[in-house]
Design a protein around this ligand. Sequence first.
Ligand code: GLY
Length: 392
Amino acid sequence: MCMACSNTRSVSPFIQENVDFAKAQLGLAIDTIEASGKCLNPVTLNSKGEVYYCGYSDWRSGFFPGSIWYLYELTGDTTYLPLAKKYTAAIRKAENLTWHHDIGFIINCSFGNGLRLAPDTAYVNVMKQAARSLSTRFRPNAKIIQSWDVKGNSWQSERGWECPVIIDNMMNLELLFEATKLSGDSTFYQIAVDHADRTLAEHFRPDGSCYHVVDYSIETGEVRHKQTAQGYADESIWSRGQAWAIYGFTVCYRETKDRKYLDQALKTFELMKNHPKMPEDLIPYWDMDAPNIPNEPRDASSASCIASALYEISTYDVPKAASYKEYADRIMESLSSPAYRAKVGENGRFLLMHSVGSIPHNSEIDVPLNYADYYYLEALKRKKELENQTIK
Ligand code: GLY
């Protein structure tokens, strides 16, 4: 039996219908891959409308295995268990990645969920090794984990950066918190807290919005630049960056109980919620300062990530806690409508349409993205648990 699905209470028609849809659509994706005889990892659609599959070192490689774990958890259907294990095992080599920061996304979404749902000492070892790999990127003078390497004539080097740190990096900290619990080694926890504290100090503007990139001096630890890579402008509000901040600081609050982290998550969320250009359906534009709003692409991935974080926030001791669930419910209604949710068999067999990878890089514009789907399933699971009062 699925360990986390022991609750047999009935679920709302909304949840049941979306779980049935996910089962059908993700089931087709799995069937297609299984029929190929390969162990592929779908990410998005390319410009020809073909599914793009990634390798283990791509920052998005953990989301497909993670989605299978969530499907297993949401359905309790044990036929997904060997599949979740297989697609998770396929990216194990990522435990040794040290050339970018995304190992937290990769390993925690796959092995982290595996450990929660099908405990295995091999998974424990992967989580610990991955945390060691991520920790090699900690720069003690800046008290920060470096996100991207700056080498040769890479585009990061052309920007003149030395130690670029992106707000996305907040999402990698969960791995470090978990690794301390698994190993008893508080070094990982301390690195996570140092990174969160420096990010809190440097990444945010007075209105609660965040920069995408802050570049540091490795030697002195001083800030060199505050800019963007994927947003419209250095000073603009890139929506997914805000989503990463809301979610990442919520996790930091969960793990430390330090209220300043939750306060930042709430401040950034309030900024998005009250933004005069936030559309009625609550699915943000890819950048809230993009010049041609309302004729700018939306980003479903930001919305699903924010919804998932809000379900967690609604469980904390905050004023009007229920309002965060209500807002998340409204996002989920929109994402589950025909405007964003694909028809079964279409959209490359991804769940959601209308996300944006990076407009400045002219890459993945108005496409499905596997991380939009992952956070959508996580949000659905959290909604289900909240409504059944079984949040763990
Ligand atoms: N972490 C990369 C992105 O959000 O696009």
